[in-house]
Design a protein around this ligand. Structure first.
Ligand code: NAD
Ligand code: GDU
Length: 327
């Protein structure tokens, strides 16, 4: 297939691009590099440095795309509470522009990076796709709006749409000469920050809140290895069906508290990770754990690296070999 990958210079989009190319697809990456990295671009994909709002410049009817995988977004839940307009403009308005371009160009299928953040504080655990959606942060709300637009687009215009609701993505993709890992600037995610502390690049880790209703008072998250997550996108392309919007959760079904995550980072790295308790981060749900039963049944998805230990080990290997020598 000829595929457009938005956000292909980012963490997850770059890994999926690599896998699509390895599977024999032709890939064009649309990424304006606002948070992505030129080094993460696949040398054998075409890159267009264009923003989502101008997607129609690339998605022309003549270009003959068979599908779009849409990763481009701003992703920091905490930041979305203090700069919400950036999130609505980029994630929702940008996605609507992309969907308009998809329709105008007659592209038949689209796979979208949705998120566990659409559920907010869940009413059932593990969370099925049918659970109540009530985001507690703006980031989740901007993504839920796009999910809803995709349902409309499937019904109204026959798009074959799939939303993949990722839980917390971790690890790195290390295969031969390819090394693709997490590199956000500034970094906001728990595991890479804990690795920076383990490496001596940061003095300590701030734990945002220790009074949540969980076993040790810190938030619980369900981690998924980026390579396992990426494979699900290739499977999703296979089940996308005209006129349907399918939704799949992707996680391992195991919850780890933030303190437990830090402990695994200590074990894997062999270094101390000093922590201090800080106030809660606005918008954080207490506990997010996936039921990925539907993805297993309908996509035939099974994770190869479901343990947090393996995810942290791969993230640490990437960090030491690719990030530690950077200023
Ligand atoms: N990382 C996670 O744990 C996680 C969890 C759930 C969902 N997601 C979703 O997965 C997707 C990818 O996340 P990631 O961790 O790879 O993020 P990332 O920040 O590493 O990558 C995002 C990429 O999108 C590009 N981009 C952003 N806005 C753009 C725009 N308007 N036009 C063109 N390019 C633009 C950036 O330059 C960057 O390369 C996002 O949609 C995110 O919401 C991520
Ligand atoms: O320095 C830090 C960073 C994070 N945390 C805590 O660690 C947990 C995980 O936070 P992350 O920022 O690593 O991840 P989030 O759960 O907020 O969000 C991530 O996963 C979501 C899905 O669950 C989203 O899709 C989103 O894009 C992605 O950033 C939260 O309780 C957070 O408060 C800290 O205590 N200290």
């Amino acid at each position: 297939m000829k595929l457009l990958v938005t956000g292909g210079a980012g963490f997850i989009g770059s890994v999926v691009t690599r896998m699509l190319l390895d599977a024999g697809h032709e890939v064009v990456v649309l990424d304006d590099l606002r948070t992505g990295h030129r080094e993460a671009l696949a040398p054998d994909a075409i890159h267009v440095e264009v923003g989502l709002h101008d997607a129609a410049r690339v998605l022309t009817p003549q270009a003959g795309f068979d599908g779009v995988l849409h990763f481009a977004a701003l992703i920091a839940a905490g930041e979305s509470m203090v700069a919400p307009e950036r999130y609505w403009h980029n994630n929702t308005v940008g996605s609507l522009a992309l969907i308009d371009a998809v329709r105008a160009a007659g592209v038949p299928r689209l796979v979208f990076s949705s998120t566990a953040a659409v559920y907010g504080d869940p009413t059932e655990l593990p969370i099925p796709e049918t659970a109540h959606r009530a985001p507690t942060n703006t980031y989740g709300a901007t993504k839920l709006a796009v999910d809803m637009a995709l349902t409309s687009e499937a019904i109204g215009h026959g798009l074959a749409a799939v939303s993949l609701r990722y839980f917390n993505v971790a690890g790195a993709y290390l295969d031969g000469d390819t090394a693709l890992g997490e590199r956000h600037d500034p970094e906001t995610h728990l595991i890479p920050i804990a690795l920076e502390v383990a490496a001596g690049r940061r003095e300590k880790l701030q734990l945002f809140g220790d009074d949540y209703p969980t076993v040790d008072g810190t938030c619980v998250r369900d981690y998924i290895h980026v390579a396992d997550l990426a494979r699900a996108h290739l499977l999703a392309l296979g089940v996308a069906t005209a006129g349907q919007h399918r939704v799949y959760n992707l996680g391992n079904g195991n919850g780890f508290t933030n303190r437990q995550v830090v402990e695994v980072v200590r074990e894997v790295t062999g270094h101390p990770v000093p922590v201090e308790t800080a106030p809660r981060r606005e918008g954080d749900p207490a506990e997010l754990v996936a039921s990925a039963a539907l993805a297993r049944a309908e996509l035939g998805w099974t994770p190869d690296k479901p343990t947090l230990h393996d995810m942290v080990a791969d993230a640490w290997a990437f960090y030491r070999t690719h990030l530690l020598d950077r200023p």
